[in-house]
Write a protein that binds this ligand. Structure first.
Ligand code: G3P
Ligand code: CA
Length: 236
């Protein structure tokens, strides 16, 4: 099944990494959710993308400077639209409570160092291994994941597929390679597939780029517009 993964939720339509955005993504036909994981001062894993709170909340500075109790006070929706005023940040535990049992695909991106153990513990606790892929741009994060868990599915976020990237993935038993859509080439996608890797592209911001990635033969995409991707898939 093609992976139509709502990127930070349907983040073109609702404030990213909030429950509203995740529900919207599933309503729009996504069969999975991509989200970003960071850690609070008191060790709570939360869903957050940026280094700092300022762009997407009414807080300031790094999430790691605050306890989860403090972070829960923030408004994570007003920046996007007054219709979402009062939308809250979401902990990873809350996220798994809401979406783990729905059996949707979960593409989890590690955005902090030393976050692997608490993330893997929660994945185990909620029994969501079969639907989960852990991803990161940081190879060290992925090595740490593999050292703790020999079987969880791993994907490496990179800019462009090449032989070296594929070799590094195989070293840690990663099953998925995640290149940028811009600059993606059919031959590179086929090369990765010939090595048994699943190819999941990111960064397709227009229908033209979605079409390009589909024509290259990718197995899935993270997308801010799951509805537009569903339309492009139907047109194929
Ligand atoms: O799907 C991968 C993508 O989420 C990576 O970039 O910055 O959106 O986390 P970013
Ligand atoms: Ca991400």
């Amino acid at each position: 099944m093609f992976m139509n993964l709502a990127h930070r939720g349907a983040s073109a339509y609702a404030p990213e990494n909030t429950l509203a955005a995740f529900y919207k993504g599933l309503e729009q036909g996504a069969n999975g959710i991509e989200t970003d994981l960071k850690i609070s001062k008191d060790g709570v894993v939360l869903l957050f993308h940026d280094h700092e709170l300022d762009r997407t909340t009414d807080g300031h500075g790094r999430p790691s400077s605050y306890t989860w109790k403090e972070l829960q006070e923030l408004d994570a929706g007003s920046w996007f639209s007054s219709a979402y005023a009062g939308e809250r940040l979401v902990s990873f535990e809350q996220f798994l409570h809401y979406f783990g049992r729905r059996k949707v695909l979960l593409a989890l991106e590690l955005k902090d160092p030393h976050i692997e153990l608490p993330v893997l513990e929660l994945i185990r606790q909620f029994d969501v291994q079969p639907q989960t892929t852990i991803t990161s741009f940081g190879y060290e994060n992925l090595q740490a994941v593999r050292a703790i868990d020999p079987s969880i599915r791993i994907g490496h976020l990179i800019r462009k597929i090449d032989e070296e990237a594929i070799a590094r993935l195989k070293e840690i038993g990663a099953g998925q390679i995640c290149p940028c859509t811009d600059g993606l080439e059919h031959k590179d996608v086929q090369l990765a597939k010939s090595h048994g890797l699943e190819v999941r592209a990111w960064g397709a911001s227009t229908p033209e780029l979605m079409r390009h990635a589909l024509q290259c033969g990718v197995d899935g995409m993270t997308i801010n517009f799951p509805d537009l991707l569903s339309e492009e898939i139907c047109r194929l």
